[in-house]
Design a protein around this ligand. Structure first.
Ligand code: ADP
Ligand code: MG
Ligand code: MG
Length: 204
């Protein structure tokens, strides 16, 4: 893959939706341990709505796919994850707009999305949130050249696994303090599915 085209963007969202639907209960179980037990429900509903929206439109540019995904997640998902994922996709759409989404543009988009999420959630790296996965992927993209599925998959995985043994200091899990240690962060797991899906799109 040289550029992220419309069909890649659509495929990326469709694969993410499949993983979210397949793992809805798992995400909920993770959120029951350190949150309020709705992350699977929130994400499954949100991505279900995203697919409805995307399937009903004809797109000319990947930026427009990202924009509709963003708007749908922001309006349909309650809880922290909706606005956070919405912000991430909106930043991607802004960075992609009016240009071919080559590797440099894509990499910048992920960086901009990361910064948007950090700002929106007032979160930094190491606070046991999905920021940990997005920053791991952004770093890996910056250090590499060209779409490489293994680089994306492994960085997302290390970010997700790294969320387990640290204490939450943002979001609902922060109320648990030290008792949040030893549990995977639900949002980091859903972000892992997003990047795992991207790796699959690159491999096709
Ligand atoms: P809620 O916590 O409102 O029920 P969800 O359960 O859908 O929302 O999403 C929880 C996830 O959102 C967490 O696992 C974490 O990754 C992410 N999150 C929560 N608060 C923040 C924040 N302030 N900054 C970044 N990410 C956050
Ligand atoms: Mg929750
Ligand atoms: Mg909630």
């Amino acid at each position: 893959m040289d550029n992220l085209q419309v069909e890649h963007a659509l495929d990326w969202m469709a694969k993410t939706n499949e993983k979210i639907q397949d793992n809805k209960e798992y995400l909920t179980t993770l959120d029951q341990a350190i949150g309020d037990g709705d992350h699977g429900i929130n994400m499954a509903r949100g991505f279900g709505e995203v697919m409805k929206k995307l399937n009903g439109e004809a797109y000319q540019h990947a930026a427009d796919v990202m924009k509709d995904a963003a708007m749908t997640l922001m309006s349909k998902v309650g809880g922290a994850a909706g606005p956070l994922y919405g912000t991430a996709f909106l930043k991607l759409s802004m960075t992609f707009k009016g240009t071919d989404v080559d590797y440099a543009t894509f990499s910048k988009g992920i960086e901009d999305a990361l910064n948007g999420v950090k700002q929106r959630g007032k979160a930094e790296i190491g606070e046991k949130t999905l920021v940990d996965v997005w920053s791991a992927v952004a770093n890996a993209l910056r250090e590499n050249e060209g779409f490489d599925s293994e680089v994306i998959l492994q960085s997302a995985k290390s970010g997700m696994e790294g969320s387990k043994d640290i204490k939450a200091t943002k979001g609902r899990a922060a109320y648990l303090g030290d008792r949040s240690i030893g549990h995977l962060d639900p949002g980091s797991v859903s972000s892992f599915y997003l990047f795992e899906s991207l790796a699959e799109v690159i491999n096709e």
